[in-house]
Design a protein around this ligand. Structure first.
Ligand code: PLP
Length: 391
C-alpha cells in the first residue's frame, strides 16, 4: 500500500492502463457471456444508492419494502403472486440456498441426495460439496435433452431434492419440468427450478408466441425458482433472484441475526452485508422497460439467434448442437471431431465463446450487446477457420 495518496488524475491514468486488457461488451467480441451491459439509467441509480445494505434491513426499511414489491411483481410474472423471495449475488448463491433448504427440510435423511441433469450448472456441484449432499446426475439423450426414465430411476428414499433447468448453461434448453414434477408428485421432495438464465427470457418468449413448455410456479409441484437479473434482466452485477412458493419455509429454516439494529429478521442468505443498490436498480429497470420493453429486447435477441442459426447452416463442417429454444446457440463439428481447435483459433482472433468440452460444443449467447454486424464478422471468420481446418 502507498504511504501517501495520489492525485485523482494520476490514479485514473494508472487505472485505465491496468484495465486496458478488459474486453468491453460493445466490442462485439464477447459472444459467450450470459451477462451484458446494464441499462444506463439503472447504472446511475446503482451508483446513487451504492451504500444501501440489506444485510441490516431494519436500517433500510424503504429498500427492504422495495425488494418485497419486486418479489410480488416477479411472482406475477412467474405464475404465482403469493410467493416469497429475495435477491442474491447470482445464480450460484440462489442454487446453494435451494440445496440447503432441500436438505434442511428432510433432517431424517442421513445421506441426502439431489437429482440434477448432467447439464446442470457447476453451482450445484459446489453446493453439494459444501452441504455434504450427493448429486445424482441424470444422463442426457443424444439431442442433449434430459432422459426422463433415468431421472425416475435415480429417485430413492434418500432424495431430498430434484432440480429442473429452464435454460441450460450450455444450450439454453428446458428440462421436461412438468413431467419431472409428475414423477415426484406426493413425495416429500423439494423441487427447485434453475431459471438463472431463462427466468427473464421465457415469460417474454411466451408473449411472442413461442411454444414454451410450462416451467414456472404454474407447475404446482415446483417449490422454488432461481432467476437472475444480472443475466437477461439487464441488471447490474451482482443481482440474482431466489423465489419460494411456501412462505413458511423461511420461518422454518431461515437464519436469524439477533444483534441487528433493525431487529431480528430471518433470511435465506449466505452473505451478511448485502447490496441494496442492484435491487433498487432492478426495480428501476422493470419500470423503465415494462413488459413491452423486455419483449422488444428478447425479440431482437431471437432475431439475431435466427440469423446465426442460418449462417451456421451455410458453413460446411459445423452444425448446431441442438435447435435453440432461446437465445443460446451451441455449435459442434459435423463429423464428431473435437471442437477445441476451432475454439482456440477463434480465441486467437479474440472471439470469446463458451467452450463445453464434455458436450463437444462452443456456445454463443445472443445477449442484447451482440449486434448483427458482430455476428456477420464472427461467422465469416468462423467460416474461414473451418475451411482451413478442412473439416
Ligand atoms: C443455468 C445457470 N444457473 C446458474 C448459473 C450461475 O450464475 P452466477 O454466475 O450468477 O452465479 C449460471 C451461470 O451461467 C447458469 O447458466
Amino acid at each position: 500500500m502507498l504511504k501517501e495518496g495520489l492525485e485523482k488524475q494520476e490514479i485514473l491514468k494508472l487505472l485505465e492502463k491496468k484495465l486496458e486488457k478488459d474486453l468491453s461488451y460493445d466490442s462485439g467480441l464477447i459472444l459467450g457471456s450470459m451477462c451484458t451491459e446494464p441499462l444506463d439509467f439503472a447504472k446511475k441509480i446503482y451508483i446513487k444508492y451504492i451504500s444501501k445494505n440489506l444485510g441490516d434491513p431494519g436500517l433500510f426499511l424503504g429498500t427492504a419494502a422495495l425488494e418485497d414489491e419486486l418479489v410480488l411483481e416477479i411472482g406475477e410474472l412467474f405464475g404465482n403472486k403469493d410467493i416469497i423471495g429475495t435477491f442474491t449475488t447470482g445464480g450460484s448463491e440462489s442454487n446453494l440456498i435451494a440445496m440447503r433448504i432441500a436438505k434442511k427440510l428432510r433432517p431424517e435423511i442421513k445421506d441426502p441426495e439431489v437429482v440434477v441433469s448432467a447439464s446442470a450448472h457447476i453451482s450445484f456441484d459446489k453446493a453439494a460439496d459444501m452441504l455434504g449432499i450427493k448429486l445424482r446426475k441424470v444422463q442426457l439423450r443424444d439431442n442433449f435433452e434430459l432422459d426422463l426414465n433415468h431421472f425416475e430411476s435415480l429417485i430413492n428414499k434418500n432424495t431430498c431434492g430434484v432440480v429442473g433447468i429452464a435454460g441450460t448453461t450450455s444450450l439454453g434448453l428446458i428440462d421436461p419440468i412438468e413431467d419431472m414434477g409428475k414423477i415426484i408428485e406426493g413425495e416429500d421432495i423439494f423441487y427447485h427450478i434453475d431459471a438463472a438464465f431463462g427466468g427473464f427470457v421465457l415469460p417474454f418468449l411466451k408473449i411472442l408466441n413461442y411454444k414454451i413448455p410450462p416451467w414456472d410456479f404454474s407447475v404446482k409441484t415446483i417449490s422454488s425458482i432461481t432467476a437472475d437479473p444480472h443475466k437477461m434482466g439487464l441488471g447490474v452485477i451482482p443481482s440474482g433472484g431466489y423465489f419460494v412458493k411456501d412462505a413458511s419455509i423461511l420461518q422454518k429454516i431461515g437464519f436469524e441475526i439477533p444483534y441487528l439494529a433493525g431487529g431480528n429478521f430471518k433470511h435465506f442468505h449466505m452473505v451478511g452485508t448485502r447490496p441494496g443498490g442492484p435491487i433498487i436498480a432492478f426495480w428501476v429497470i422493470l419500470r423503465a422497460l415494462g413488459i413491452n420493453g423486455f419483449v422488444e429486447m428478447v425479440k431482437k435477441c431471437m432475431d439475431n439467434t435466427k440469423y446465426l442459426v442460418k449462417r451456421i447452416s451455410e458453413i460446411n463442417g459445423i452444425k448446431l448442437a441442438a435447435n435453440p429454444v432461446m437465445n443460446v446457440v451451441g455449435i459442434t463439428t459435423e463429423n464428431g471431431e473435437s471442437i477445441c481447435e476451432i475454439d482456440e483459433l477463434l480465441r486467437n482472433n479474440k472471439w470469446m465463446l463458451g467452450k463445453f468440452v464434455d458436450f463437444n460444443l462452443i456456445r454463443v449467447v445472443l445477449m442484447p450487446h451482440v449486434k448483427r454486424e458482430h455476428l456477420s464478422n464472427f461467422t465469416s471468420d468462423l467460416e474461414k477457420i473451418v475451411k482451413k481446418l478442412n473439416l
